[in-house]
Design a protein around this ligand. Sequence first.
Ligand code: GLY
Ligand code: MN
Length: 503
Amino acid sequence: MADPTKTTSRATENRSTTPSSDAFKDYIGSNWADRVDVVPPAREQAAYAAARRQRLSALYPNATIVIPAGSPKVRSNDTDYPFRAHSGFAHLTGWGSDTVPGSVLVLLPTAQGHDATLYFREAAGRDSDEFYANSDIGEFWTGPRPGLASVAADLGLATASIHELAGVLESLATDSVLLREVDAELTSTIDTRRIATSRADENGDFAFVANGNPFEERDIELARDLSELRLVKDSYEIHEMRLAVDATKLGFDDVVADLPAIIAHPRGERLVEGTFNRRARAEGNTVGYDTIAASGPHACILHWVRNDGPVVPGDLILLDAGIELESYYTADITRTLPVSGTFTEVQRRVYEAVLEAADAAFAIVRPGIRFREIHQAAMAVIAKKTAEWGLLPVTAEESTKPENQFHRRYMVHGTSHHLGIDVHDCAQARRDLYLDGVLEAGMVFTIEPGLYFQPDDLSVPEEFRGIGVRIEDDILVTESGAENLSIGTPRTADDVEAWLARG
Ligand code: GLY
Ligand code: MN
């Protein structure tokens, strides 16, 4: 956590100076209009975030719970990556891209549950030099910050100045849990405090400290619980997912419309990325993950994000991209397009095999099945097709046995992952609830089978080599089955060709 008492910035003094005379301070500190902390109505997500906090409260009835948002990560010297609050913090507060960096949510136990308070660094007064002299957080540098009253109303949460957090931590009970992965400095402060308190409680018996940090295990359980709280989406989240998918469709449309310019440029993949990301910034917060614009054999590199190759007619281009909204909810969609506008016979054969795998997986989705069955359904088709094409040393049935799995040479990744605030959402959930978990209405995940024939793979006929196809859709489990949220982005071979023809 950035030291809340700090007013100076990291800017190096060897390249700029801030006037520091009393005369200057008086001058710049005066003659400003009164600031009004506009109090907005509660945002729609506030009530949902309160319900999520209640579910967390029930898991830790007597414990103090500390959830930091985190601080910007250094990119180099005194420049940072764009700030993104921790997903667990965003989920529990409803604050997304407008989160004030360094904020901390604290839930204090009460007889009825917990009282939640959000600590953040509110706007500095004109009597401080922060507003003009601190390039890390001063409003002349990074823009205005909201006041305590406006955030309290906006999020429906009690708020307090970050300067008051130290006092709360001073008296932190040993029965406390911390989301420890977010903020190393805060974690160290809290560990020191908890260890000191428990030493005092145990009348000077320090033996347990030698056996490691006694608080760490429970903290890790908290991170797991926060991940698991997000496995089933509430109606606000489902609505956001629909909007993220709709915005992402526009980004794909932009790329299709820009194809002539993309083909004409020697680094066409970069133009694909730029076109999609432009839409992401226009419609949402940013991209939900680095855009994969993989043309020709680059499509066989699963996370190809260098995106510096040409986009050549006759090849396929695989675009795996998603728009993240200001609330942080993101889509994750992949389409594989023939650059010339029409698939060759072999490209279409591979494409339709992948589509069949995706459809077979989608067909079984409903509450009550296990998550891993989705992958098995897709793999049955991938094994069948690769066996039909004579690529496997055994039959499809033999290949699907755990000890064989030869078809996985051509698709080494999984078929599905949960999707939400994170592109790989709920990643710390237990296997029992994730891979081996049973589907419930409200879960959202991808179905994204693929086939990738590396350019130097001698196990496949030459005509297959360098072809990579993935089709990825975002799926909502409903009470009676499933809905493909991304069905509006063309996905059959014929529909893709018609889309490209429209341009
Ligand atoms: N769309 C990127 C991934 O799922 O890893
Ligand atoms: Mn994905």
